[in-house]
Design a protein around this ligand. Structure first.
Ligand SMILES: [Mg+2]
Length: 379
C-alpha cells in the first residue's frame, strides 16, 4: 500500500500532547493507528539528559534527542529506539519521519522479519538509526510472541556477555581524573581523544589509574605522521587499541598506519555496511559495529559474520542511548571481543528499566524479548 492510501484508510490519529514526568519533559509527538489488523505504532521524541557535558573531537552536548517506538500487534507490545547520528544527516525528526513512512511494512507478517528488514532498507538509503529502532521493535515482538528472551532466540549464552568499557569525554585533566575515579567497577576505560591536549589527558589519567585504556580519536588526527606518533606514544602508556584515528574516508592513510602501529587500530566512523568490510580489512585490525550505524540487530549479525571471515577483531559500541537500545546491543556481546555499551550510564533520565550492571557487565533480563520496560507515564 502506498503511503497516501495508507494515511487515507489507516485512521491517522494525531495526538500531540506535552506532559511532564519526574524525569523531565517528554514530548509525545504523534500517534498513528492503522485500521488494518491490530497494529498500533506510536513514537516519542525523548530528550536524554547527560550527567555531565559530553565532549568529543567534533563537539559538545548536554542532551541527545532519541526516538522511542512502541509497536503493538496482536496484543503484543514491543519497543525500539533510534539514536539519530547527525554526522550521517539524521535527526530525531528525520528518523521519526522514516518510521512513519515504514508503517505499511509493519502491517505485514512480522515473523518474516528478514524480509521486513530488506523492505525497510529499500525504502530509502540512510536513516540507519530509524531502521535499527524498527528492527529492534520487530525482534522484541518476535521474542515476546515466542515468550523467550532475545538472547535465547539468537542461541546465545547470557552468562557470556562482555564487560563494557566506561567512556570519559574530553574535559579538563582534573575532571577526567575524577570521572575515572568515580567508576572503579570498570576494568577498562575508554578515553575520548583527537584534540591538542591528548597527551596531557593520558598522562593525567595515568596519575590516578593503572587500568587498561582504550582511546577513541573520533577522526581527530588529520595527518598520518601525527597519528602514528600519537598511537605509538599511547602504546607505551597502557593503551590497548585506538579507534578511528583519522577521517573515515581516508582508507589509504589508515592502510599506511596499520603497517606501522604497535597496537591495533579499530574502525568506527568508517564502518556502515557489509559491502565496506573487504576494504576496511586492509586498513584496520578491527571494527566497531553499532546498531545505529548499520541499521539494527540483524544487520549487525551479518556484518559481524563477514568481518570474522576477514579475520577482524570485533567491538560492539553504542551512541548515547537508553537501557532499551543498550539491552539490544548487550544481547549480541557473546559474539564480540570488546563491548563499549555505556550510553545509558551517561544519562540521568533513562526511560527504560530492567537492565542491570553486575560490576562492569550487563546482566540480560530473563524476560521475553529485550526484557526491559518503559517508565514513561501514559505510554
Ligand atoms: Mg568511536
Amino acid at each position: 500500500m502506498r503511503r497516501k492510501d495508507f494515511l487515507k484508510t489507516g485512521g491517522l490519529l494525531i495526538a500531540s500532547s506535552l506532559f511532564n514526568n519526574c524525569r523531565g519533559k517528554v514530548k509525545k509527538e504523534k500517534e498513528y493507528e492503522t485500521g488494518k489488523g491490530s497494529l498500533k505504532v506510536s513514537t516519542i521524541i525523548y530528550e536524554l539528559q547527560l550527567r555531565q557535558a559530553w565532549t568529543l573531537s567534533r563537539g559538545t552536548w548536554n542532551t541527545r534527542r532519541n526516538v522511542l517506538v512502541r509497536l503493538e500487534k496482536d496484543g503484543i507490545v514491543a519497543y525500539g529506539e533510534s539514536a539519530p547520528i547527525p554526522r550521517y544527516n539524521e535527526s530525531a525528526e528525520s528518523n521519526r519521519e522514516f518510521i512513519h513512512r515504514a508503517l505499511p511494512v509493519l502491517e505485514k507478517d512480522l515473523w518474516e522479519y528478514q524480509d521486513r528488514w530488506r523492505e525497510l532498507e529499500s525504502l530509502s538509503p540512510g536513516q540507519n538509526a530509524a531502521k535499527a529502532a524498527l528492527d529492534m521493535a520487530i525482534l522484541d515482538w518476535v521474542g515476546k510472541s515466542l515468550r523467550i528472551p532475545l538472547y535465547r532466540f539468537f542461541g546465545l549464552d547470557r552468562n557470556r556477555t562482555l564487560p563494557t568499557t566506561f567512556s570519559i569525554g574530553i574535559d579538563t585533566v582534573e575532571i577526567m581524573q575524577k570521572t575515572a575515579e568515580s567508576a572503579p567497577a570498570f576494568r577498562r576505560l575508554k578515553i575520548k581523544a583527537g584534540v591538542a591536549d591528548d597527551k596531557k589527558h593520558i598522562e593525567g589519567l595515568r596519575q590516578v589509574t593503572d587500568r587498561p585504556l582504550v582511546v577513541d580519536a573520533n577522526e581527530g588526527w588529520k595527518d598520518r605522521q601525527q597519528a602514528l606518533e600519537m598511537i605509538n606514544w599511547m602504546a607505551e602508556r597502557g593503551v590497548e587499541f585506538v579507534e578511528q584515528p583519522m577521517p573515515a574516508d581516508n582508507l589509504e592513510d589508515h592502510r599506511w598506519l596499520k603497517e606501522r602501529v604497535k597496537i591495533p587500530i579499530i574502525a568506527d566512523e568508517s564502518v556502515h555496511k557489509i559491502q565496506d568490510v573487504p576494504a576496511l580489512a586492509s586498513a584496520f585490525h578491527g571494527l566497531n559495529i553499532k546498531l545505529m550505524k548499520c541499521g539494527g540487530l540483524q544487520e549487525a549479525l551479518r556484518l559481524a559474520a563477514v568481518a570474522r571471515a576477514h579475520d577482524l577483531k570485533l567491538m560492539i559500541g553504542c551512541m548515547i542511548e537508553s537501557s532499551l537500545a543498550i539491552a539490544a546491543a548487550a544481547t549480541l556481546t557473546p559474539l564480540f571481543d570488546y563491548a563499549d555499551l555505556d550510553g545509558n550510564i551517561l544519562i540521568n533520565n533513562d526511560p527504560f528499566r530492567g537492565l542491570t550492571l553486575e560490576g562492569d557487565r550487563w546482566l540480560l533480563p530473563d524476560k521475553p524479548g529485550l526484557g526491559v520496560e518503559p517508565v514513561i507515564p501514559e505510554w
